[in-house]
Design a protein around this ligand. Structure first.
Ligand code: DGP
Length: 116
């Protein structure tokens, strides 16, 4: 189910290096190469799903595991109490750049709203 043209599939299979934060059966969490906050971790499913708009009902378990991993990342990064932001970018206007579903976990600073 991996896509050899997909950057995050290549990270998942070890062809592209990454800095691991957490690993679970269905998900992998690693540091964003271009952090937008002191804590900026990406949580991806091990199966290739292009983006949040492509999710189907049968993806419910992997989606739940992504959110569970995100919470565990927030705990291990020390921002569970101070707060954190979870972001799913979909499409060009949201600046989605990598076509493999990924949940941004951002924290460690006060964030603005609405996002720029
Ligand atoms: P998005 O704009 O939602 O598609 O976010 C993609 C993120 O992926 C962006 O914040 C930068 C990050 N990224 C891109 N290439 C790499 C990479 O090779 N390694 C890591 N760790 N992160 C990457």
């Amino acid at each position: 189910m991996a896509d050899s043209d997909c950057l995050f599939c290549r990270i998942l299979n070890g062809d592209v290096p990454s800095t691991e934060v957490l690993s679970t059966t269905g998900t992998y969490a690693f540091r964003d190469v271009n952090p937008a906050a002191p804590v900026h971790v990406l949580v991806v499913p091990r199966i290739h799903i292009p983006h949040a708009g492509a999710l189907r009902a049968e993806d419910a378990l992997v989606l739940a595991e992504m959110f569970s991993t995100a919470r565990d990342v927030a705990a291990s990064e020390g921002v569970l109490e101070s707060g954190y932001r979870l972001v799913l970018n979909v499409g060009d206007d949201a600046l989605n750049s990598v076509p493999h579903l990924h949940l941004h976990v951002l924290g460690g600073r006060r964030m603005g709203w609405p996002p720029g």
